[in-house]
Design a protein around this ligand. Structure first.
Ligand SMILES: [Zn+2]
Ligand SMILES: [Zn+2]
Length: 222
């Protein structure tokens, strides 16, 4: 990875978490964090972050090809590799692991300055707090020895549970896409959300889900 990309990733992480702290102070000063709605808005924002992690993961696993310009190599390739060689993910350091997600969250954190420090801002802040460590939480779910506090939160179901995530790693990799907290996995599986979405997309576009993922896995085996 080039020095420039790494510097942008490191700066994105610092900027995103700095903005989280600034928004927290802003909301606390405005008295919004003491609102009656806050205890409901915090888990709701975190739930949406988990749902968003599932949508992004599902889209990257299911559609497009690694040979696509820009997105293919930079965005889709790590998802394909993660299925054929999950342990490769453990070699990524915190900057490499968390940079892209921080970058994706920056527009949301910046847009929050346009809103008055009210309930919407609390909801978006909860979203960002759960979304920013998505890849870190995912990596912890693969570690045989995560930090003790993390293991405790995994057992409580507050962070992605390793055994629930292992279900995603069984072929054809179509279960439990959500990787921020994992809270949405069970309800989305119960209503067969992603298969229904795939049927609609295939019907509209004629594209076959996971065509590239399967070809990539076959190539990796040979
Ligand atoms: Zn996957
Ligand atoms: Zn994984």
């Amino acid at each position: 990875m080039s020095f420039t990309v790494r510097a942008i990733e490191a700066l994105s992480i610092v900027a995103a978490w700095s903005l989280v702290v600034i928004h927290m102070i802003r909301l606390a000063r405005a008295g919004t964090l003491a609102s009656w709605w806050t205890p409901a808005l915090l888990p709701a924002g975190m739930l949406l972050a988990d749902f968003a992690s599932g949508i992004v993961h599902w889209a990257a696993d299911t559609w497009g090809s690694v040979s696509m310009p820009l997105l293919g190599r930079r965005f889709l390739h790590p998802f394909r590799v993660h299925h054929t060689n999950p342990d490769d993910f453990l070699l990524r350091d915190p900057i490499d692991c968390n940079g892209d997600v921080a970058m994706l969250n920056l527009p949301i954190l910046l847009a929050m300055f346009l809103a008055t420090p009210g309930n919407v801002a609390v909801f978006l802040l909860a979203f960002a707090i759960a979304a920013l460590p998505t890849n870190q939480v995912h990596q912890w779910a693969h570690r045989p020895d995560p930090p003790r506090l993390v293991r405790w939160l995994q057992r409580l179901g507050l962070l992605l549970n390793p055994s629930a995530h292992q279900r995603h790693h069984r072929e054809p990799h179509t279960a439990n896409y959500c990787i921020a907290t994992g809270w949405c996995n069970r309800p989305l599986t119960a209503i067969r959300f992603f298969p229904a979405l795939e049927r609609i997309i295939t019907c509209l576009t004629g594209l076959e889900p996971r065509a590239d993922d399967e070809a990539f896995a076959q190539e990796a085996r040979t």
